[in-house]
Ligand binder design. Structure first.
Ligand code: AMP
Ligand code: TRP
Length: 346
């Protein structure tokens, strides 16, 4: 078997309202993985335009996501941070994958069905092909591990299917070009921690999302201390006290969500949080959660504000990251061209 060097890749869309779910489901893990892996973190602006984005807002949102990565502790010198559209291989490789993936595979994607809604005829072609671009993001870097929240599981399975089909369809050419028995790695999803699916603060059965019309449904990473505390105070709950074990959270989605958030922010398992708060009313638990959330999130919000005030610096980080990303992605794309049988300058 061809051995692939361990490498982490992940992306976040610059679509505004970056929230606690993005932080706990993804960004916290981005930071932790830097200790053990070579990491590439991408602001996926080309994914964002699969639905309409106001150009000036898009520019601001690209800088906001970059600032969030840096403020949370991603090191853009030791690793790579860039925005997708600066590295043309993403689009180029996505085209090849448009020709590998099958219509039937993409038709089964639940995120497309949700986002396109009833008016599917009017959805952009890009929204349908979105998972192929995501596979290109990952595989341009031959990434072996991808940290994401639970909602991206199906897209990662599709990326694996694309890698496997490419390796199979072109197996003879892959060998003939000296790439061994596989060109692309079959990527492992990393969906870890107690908060892989943070739910809305207004409805524990709905995912916390950037597009929820209610600001009270999510804690934004840019929220100040008062905003965070107020949203937690107003969060929907039930009238029962907290149970002393996780089993007691069944059928109580709002309670489960708040306990999960507490666990993730404190780096403790839910068991340990409930051992402390079991039997307590929300009138006790919510202030404790608000205090913890402010302690952990306010420094990030402050640092984000400081960074966003210096857009020239943020842009320079992205340009430098893109220059280094391009070296890796160009090498992959040259190999893909040889394997597919395209002619290129050598
Ligand atoms: P997106 O905002 O869709 O680009 O998502 C960026 C990252 O955050 C992805 O890894 C998502 O899986 C993750 N994510 C988004 N919403 C949530 C949520 N409510 N809970 C946990 N992770 C999430
Ligand atoms: N589709 C992901 C999301 O909406 C973002 C994304 C794009 C991504 N490319 C990626 C995540 C590659 C991981 C790896 O959250």
């Amino acid at each position: 078997m061809t051995e692939f060097k361990p490498r982490v890749f992940s992306g976040v869309q610059p679509t505004g309202n970056l929230h606690l779910g993005n932080y706990l489901g993804a960004i916290v893990n981005f930071v932790a993985l830097q200790k053990t892996h070579e990491c590439v973190y991408c602001v996926v602006d080309m994914h964002a335009i699969t639905v309409w984005q106001d150009p000036a807002e898009l520019t601001g949102n690209i800088r906001e996501v970059t600032a969030a990565f840096l403020a949370a502790g991603v090191d853009p010198k030791a690793h790579i941070v860039f925005n997708q559209s600066q590295v043309s291989v993403h689009a180029e490789l996505a085209w090849v994958f448009n020709c590998v993936a099958r219509m039937g595979w993409l038709s089964r994607m639940t995120q497309f069905k949700e986002k396109a809604g009833k008016d599917r005829e009017n959805a952009s072609v890009g929204l349908f092909a979105y998972p192929n671009l995501m596979a290109a993001d990952i595989l341009a870097y031959l990434a072996t591990h991808v940290p994401v929240g639970d909602d991206q599981k199906q897209h990662l399975e599709l990326a694996r299917d694309i890698a496997i089909k490419f390796n199979n369809d072109f197996s003879e050419s892959i060998v003939a070009n000296g790439f061994g028995d596989a060109f692309f790695p079959v990527t492992e999803p990393l969906i870890t921690g107690p908060a892989t699916r943070v739910m809305s603060l207004r409805d524990g059965t709905k995912k916390m999302s950037k597009s929820d019309p209610s600001d009270y449904s999510r804690i934004a990473l840019a929220d100040d201390a008062d905003g965070i505390a107020q949203k937690i105070r107003k969060a929907k709950t039930d009238p029962e006290p907290l149970p002393s074990e996780p089993g007691g959270l069944k059928g109580r989605p709002e309670a489960d969500n708040l306990v999960g958030i507490y666990a993730a922010l404190s780096g403790r398992p839910k068991e340990s949080v409930l051992a402390e708060f079991g039997g307590s009313q929300f009138s006790v638990f919510k202030p404790a959660l608000a205090e913890l959330a402010v302690e952990k999130l306010s420094p990030i919000a402050n640092e984000m504000r400081r960074l966003i005030a210096d857009p020239a610096y943020i842009d320079s980080v992205l340009v430098d990251g893109a220059d280094r990303a391009r070296v890796i992605a160009d090498r992959t794309m040259a190999g893909v061209k040889d394997v597919v049988g395209f002619i290129r300058r050598k």
